[in-house]
Design a protein around this ligand. Structure first.
Ligand SMILES: Cc1cc2nc3c(=O)[nH]c(=O)nc-3n(C[C@H](O)[C@H](O)[C@H](O)COP(=O)(O)O)c2cc1C
Length: 346
């Protein structure tokens, strides 16, 4: 086991288990990952990147693999249909990475048509052989994230997990849906529970965990070694600290947006607290982006829509987007909107 991978735990008794920010294309850029950690996530993973493009030194793909000294651990995720390219990309990344994560869960046609992502679950022998080659090639731990199966015929994640354990994959994550389901239906936590029982390596449960109540229900049902949160964290990295508070793993006053709030947090209305939480997260995202990747307007626009979603008057942010602005101006305008609850007395 590495310093970042603990042995499979026993029965869950309410104690703290690690929370993972799910890898998400177009969302989990470097400053967002750093922010999620500050908000309470224990582990973060880069968005998936095409291994073949990495081996060809494609600049755009390598830019997604950007990290910094503060990111600890650094876990890049790769996908691909060619074992040699996957092994080579893992090797290229391994000097800088702490763990390499392999994607066997993506349902996007551009990925499945090259027999990569979740499509590889239809060819379990190739999938396992690919993992064995990667484990052999690098000295750092290899982990894998998969779905339940393709949705055609019986689900096979459980058998694949057993094989991957045998070839030396050190941690597994299961999103409780099939490739065919994409994001529809409910995540099947019972299936994940069976996989947890079937292997000795830690298994992380993923799918439909959105708050403390669902986190606790999922841990009880699956006995997983940790939980991974995807969509619930888009625009709301604060979810990690909020979940930890709900689960009794963290004190409210330790939440950074409350710790840094000048004034009486409890005197704010519920909407005021939502605005203020998101304002703190936004401003911190901007600081972290300025220190690392720089202010990329495309990333800022995507995050701004998510960070403001559901708030009163959030449409205002869309009109700001239509104007021609610099990254700095856009960042400030979004921050001003998220502070506007004070004037509006919300
Ligand atoms: C916008 C978006 C991008 C995603 N990109 C990736 C990815 O790059 N790699 C990956 O393994 N899964 C990816 N996923 C799947 C998530 O990691 C996660 O498995 C899925 O959203 C289920 O978890 P949730 O119910 O908490 O959202 C993506 C999901 C979304 C919504």
């Amino acid at each position: 086991m590495s310093q970042y991978i603990s042995a499979k735990p026993g029965e869950w008794d309410g104690e703290e288990r690690p929370l993972f920010l799910a890898p998400m294309a177009g969302v989990t850029d470097l400053p967002f990952r750093l922010l999620a950690k500050e908000c309470g996530a224990d582990f973060t993973i880069t968005e998936f990147t095409n291994s073949t493009a990495l081996t060809r030194e494609a600049a755009r793909s390598w830019s997604r693999m950007e990290t910094c000294e503060e990111e600890d651990p650094f876990i890049p995720q790769i996908f691909g249909g060619v074992a040699e390219d996957m092994a080579r990309a893992a090797e290229m990344l391994s000097s800088n990475a702490d763990i390499i994560d392999l994607n066997f869960g993506c349902p996007a046609p551009k990925v499945t048509k090259i027999c990569a992502g979740a499509a590889l679950m239809a060819e379990p022998e190739s999938l396992v052989d690919m993992c064995a080659q990667i484990v052999d090639r690098i000295d750092i731990p290899v982990t894998a994230k998969m779905r339940l199966g393709t949705g055609k015929g019986e689900n096979n994640a459980l058998e694949i997990c057993k094989e991957l354990e045998n070839v030396g994959v050190q941690r597994l994550c299961i999103h409780g849906r099939t490739l065919k389901q994409r994001y529809s239906g409910e995540a099947d936590w019972d299936y994940i529970a069976n996989a947890v029982q079937a292997v000795e390596v830690p298994v992380i449960a993923n799918g439909d965990i959105v708050d403390g109540a669902s986190a606790s229900a999922c841990l009880l049902q699956t006995q997983a070694a940790g939980l991974m949160v995807g969509r619930g964290a888009i625009g709301r990295p604060s979810i990690f600290g909020e979940m930890k508070v709900e689960l009794g793993w963290m004190d409210t006053n330790q939440l950074p947006w409350i710790e840094h709030f000048e004034g009486n947090w409890n005197s704010l209305s519920e909407v005021g607290q939502q605005f203020e939480t998101r304002r703190w997260c936004w401003d911190r995202y901007i600081e972290l982006a300025a220190e690392t990747t720089g202010l990329n307007l495309k990333n800022l626009r995507g995050h701004a829509v998510s960070f403001t979603r559901g708030l009163p008057s959030a449409k205002k942010i869309r009109s700001i987007m239509h104007g021609k602005v610099s990254g700095e101006e856009f960042a400030q305008a979004t921050s001003d909107f998220l502070s506007s609850y004070k004037e509006l007395k919300l």
